[in-house]
Design a protein around this ligand. Sequence first.
Ligand code: COA
Length: 332
Amino acid sequence: MYGGGYIFDEPNKKQLREEEQHDEPEKLAAFEERIAKGEKIEPGDWMPAEYRRQLIRLIEQHAHSEIIGALPEGTWITRAPGFKRKLALIAKVQDEIGHGQLLYNAAETLGKSREAMINDLLSGKSKYSNVFNYPAETWADVAVIGFLIDAAAIVNQVANAKGSYGPYCRALERICYEESFHLKQGHDAFIELATGTPAQRDMLQDALNRWWQPIMHFFGPPDKVSSHSEKLMQWKVKMASNDDMRNQFLDAYVPKVWELGLTLPDPALRKNEATGRWEYTDPDWDEFFRVINGGGPCNAERLQVRKWAEEHGRWVRKALMRPAERKTFPAA
Ligand code: COA
């Protein structure tokens, strides 16, 4: 069993049921008043069962995204072009795993054990970000992921770091510092390809064309479809709606792509200067729901790698958590 959490799977369900019965109106009103004042909610504080459940869902999915997200880029460590690119990529991939660690710790403060979270990831019960279910086919994919997906993640995380749940916000703050470095390394690789040989530019343009739709999906379904946004925004877990975050991202990064003479595969993409909103062709939302529900090109492969890691790392966890059970060998 992993350490860190204070309640494990079964008691956790019992606790949620008990909290549901005690979501008394006065407590709920006091809780919502604290949130309206901008106070942070801490693990020992009273919170509605639905707030706890939503936070576990969201932070857990975020943690899974970090460790699964290390896989597409991780495959390029051995093939990175040059020593410095390789060093930077190793550091980045290592950081992503560290982000997973921070986020699992934050989710554990809400009462779900890490073991239960990993089990839910491996069984397919728990989701993780859509973008990590696509292959990184060329080095240009690494540049697009490092630049634009890390940028998208920063837009989301900088906003939500100002949210209401203390442990999640503190984890996000630390993550954002490291993500800023990731963005720089991605941008640097992106610029190098964009200003390189015709073959390099073509490779980058091809990667952009393939990644554009998953990036548009990254911020979640449109506000009118998003099932959780309203409550999560009321409780300041999400600090902006899916469409607002998507708009913020387009505003900051589309001009940076266009100024390099590259194109994005959407002829309708333009900023409406009168409204300040970006207009675009709706990405294929059927594809999005297929991918997040296990039907993307790499879902099976990603989970297979995690299962392998889980099984082959079991003896290490056992040795760390239960040192008394270690076998002792007679001295030679
Ligand atoms: N990838 C996978 N699933 C996604 C998704 C994405 N990019 N965007 C939305 N979904 C899922 C939601 O989890 C939800 O499914 P569920 O009810 O089975 O859990 C469903 O689509 C409906 O979406 P919505 O109601 O908008 O979900 P949400 O309020 O959780 O918002 C995010 C989606 C991604 C904006 C939100 O979860 C979030 O901010 N997460 C933390 C950051 C994160 O995980 N980043 C990814 C790695 S860097």
